[in-house]
Design a protein. Structure first.
Length: 168
C-alpha cells in the first residue's frame, strides 16, 4: 500500500468522494461520564465545497446531549466490500437552520420525525473536519485478493491501494 497525503482541495475532494460512496458513518461523540465514545450510525446529507459534512438528527438523542458538553466528533466510514476506509475527526456545530432542513428533507428523515419538517426536535449538524486519514483500495475486493495472492506467490510487491493524511 502506497502513501499519498493530500492537501487542501485535493483532500476535500477525496473526503467528498469517499463519504458520498460510503454514506453511513459511525459517529462518535464523547462525554466526561465515560471512558468510551458513544457511537451511532449516521447518514450524511452533504459534503459541501469546504469539506464540511452535514447531518440531520434529533435533539432527543444521546449524541445531541453529548455535543452540548463536548463538540468534538469522530466519523468512521467503512466500505468493506471495496476495502475503502475513512476516519475523520472534527468539531460540531448544531443549528435549527430551516433552509438546510428543507434542503435535506427526504423520506428516510421523515421516518424519524413524524411531525414533518417543522418538528421542533430536528437539528442540523455541521461537522468541520480538523484531520482525516484514508485507506483507499484501487480496485474491488476480488482484484485486491488476486493481487495479494500474486504478490505472495511471486514475491513481488504489488500496489494494492493507497493511504494517507487528508489535510483540509
Amino acid at each position: 500500500m502506497s502513501t499519498e497525503n493530500l492537501n487542501n482541495q485535493e483532500a476535500i475532494e477525496k473526503v467528498k468522494e469517499m463519504v458520498d460512496k460510503i454514506d453511513i458513518s459511525m459517529m462518535c461523540s464523547f462525554t466526561s461520564e465515560s471512558d468510551y465514545p458513544h457511537a451511532v450510525p449516521m447518514s450524511r446529507q452533504e459534503v459541501d465545497d469546504g469539506g464540511n459534512i452535514w447531518f440531520l438528527f434529533s435533539s432527543e438523542s444521546e449524541t445531541y446531549r453529548n455535543l452540548q458538553k463536548n463538540n468534538k466528533v469522530s466519523l468512521l466510514y467503512a466500505h468493506v466490500g471495496d476495502y475503502n476506509f475513512l476516519s475523520v475527526n472534527g468539531t460540531a456545530v448544531i443549528s435549527q437552520d430551516q433552509e438546510r432542513i428543507d434542503k435535506y428533507w427526504n423520506k428516510m428523515i421523515e421516518a424519524w420525525f413524524e411531525k414533518g419538517k417543522k418538528d421542533s426536535r430536528i437539528r442540523v449538524l455541521k461537522v468541520t473536519p480538523t484531520d482525516a486519514y484514508y485507506w483507499d483500495n484501487k480496485s474491488n475486493k476480488l482484484v485486491t485478493l488476486m493481487k495479494i495472492v500474486a504478490s505472495a506467490v511471486s514475491g513481488q510487491q504489488l500496489d494494492i491501494g493507497r493511504e494517507g493524511e487528508l489535510n483540509l
